[in-house]
Design a protein around this ligand. Structure first.
Ligand code: PLP
Length: 377
């Protein structure tokens, strides 16, 4: 079976993790935490990095740092993972959903402004499957309405965005460098993994200090075991950070491999006219975190039929996200009205992703392409 993803574990991963074991620094104290935080913050051109136990807890912490009131609203894409909605709901706020752009699959910036109310406090753009969201219009809206940006770059390590594209002042910036607070996931299928883990990045020292406090049970600095605020144990361990640091040190190589896999897939699959492939807008350098393919809506098979056929030929796939508006629990809690999200629905029904991990061999990639040609041509 060709797996959807397999991590690449190098010699430094072994070396650094062994260092933790041999030194006894195995909990959330230890030098690898600081090293991983500063290395990743520097790579993304940010001042502060705060590790967390997962991308989900990074999102929850980031929202908690905004000191919002119950019922305040945060605008999120409907086509994303539930972690985004959870971060809002666990902070007693309301997620307000926006449909996806049909080409990038990220939140459609044109649909945001109509969702703004007096209660809107933040926007949470998510770079879906490694392609950047068009951030300029979102940053402009945030400035106009004085909103925070929680940038979810969980799937977009090393992806780049041409900030100011279409103007005379444009420059390439990393995903994760644009939010008031930006977050990453380091789950095992990400370009940089610590097994499980996450990080918040920010340039604001107050937000950084708040995040550190919230992830560590909100101990008061002058009196341990005294609490003026409710926190969480969202700490990362030194062992996870050791793994993450070794991976982060190889990010340029990993991005190159992923971009090669992406362009090879596109080259080999572009003549199958029944499927739509990931795009790369000229204002983006995407990293193909997962290489998604989307069948036409009137095709005789849908994504789950195709997944079964690929599975029978030894190829693993994963379905696309199901929109937040389709989640029974969120409907039950009253977070969705009968609004339609046609693009998200189309993607959920007709999209899946094929093996795209950094360890994918050329032979495996060719086998996936040949099999797709066999089934779909
Ligand atoms: C866009 C996005 N945000 C957040 C997360 C949550 O990250 P984690 O699985 O580390 O909790 C994920 C996980 O894949 C994700 O894809």
């Amino acid at each position: 079976m060709i797996p959807v993803n397999e991590p690449l574990i190098g010699t430094n991963e072994h070396k650094y993790v062994l260092e933790c074991l041999n030194s006894g620094w195995i909990s959330s104290a230890g030098t690898f935490i600081d090293d991983f935080e500063s290395t990743w913050a520097k790579y993304c051109n940010r001042k502060y990095g705060i590790t967390t136990s997962s991308g989900t807890s990074a999102l929850q912490t980031a929202v908690a740092c905004l000191d919002l009131q119950p019922g305040d609203e945060i605008i999120i894409p409907t086509f994303t993972i539930i972690s985004c909605a959870l971060a809002v709901i666990y902070n007693n706020c309301t997620p307000v959903l926006v449909d996806a752009d049909k080409d990038t699959w990220c939140m459609d910036a044109n649909l945001i402004e109509e969702k703004i109310t007096l209660r809107t406090k933040a926007i949470m753009p998510v770079h879906i499957y490694g392609h950047p969201v068009d951030m300029d219009p979102i940053l402009q809206i945030a400035e106009k309405y004085n909103l925070a940006i929680i940038e979810d770059a969980a799937e977009a390590h090393g992806a780049q965005y041409l900030h100011g594209h279409g103007t005379s002042k444009q420059n390439w910036v990393k995903c994760g460098s644009m939010g008031t607070m930006s977050i990453f996931s380091f789950y095992a299928n990400k370009l940089v993994t610590s097994g499980e883990g996450g990080m918040i990045l920010t340039d604001n020292v107050n937000l950084a200090n708040k995040a550190k406090k919230i992830r560590n049970l909100c101990f008061e600095p002058n009196r341990r075991f005294l609490h003026n605020q409710l926190g969480h144990n969202f700490r990362m361990t030194n062992i996870q950070a050791a793994l993450g640091l070794a991976q982060a040190e190889r990010i340029d190589e990993t991005v190159n491999i992923k971009r090669t896999i992406g362009s090879e897939y596109t080259k080999n699959l572009k003549d199958i006219d029944r499927i739509k492939l990931p795009i790369e807008r000229d204002w983006s350098k995407q990293v193909y975190w997962m290489y998604g393919i989307v069948l036409d809506h009137d095709d005789k098979i849908n994504a789950s039929d195709l997944a079964l056929q690929l599975h029978s030929k030894g190829i693993q796939t994963r379905p696309f996200f199901l929109g937040m508006h389709q989640q029974p629990i969120l409907q039950e809690m009253g977070f969705c009205n009968d609004e339609q999200f046609a693009v998200s629905d189309h993607l959920s029904q007709n999209g899946l992703y094929i093996p795209s991990g950094v360890a994918l061999s050329e032979e495996q990639l060719n086998q996936v392409c040949d099999t797709l040609h066999e089934i779909l041509n």
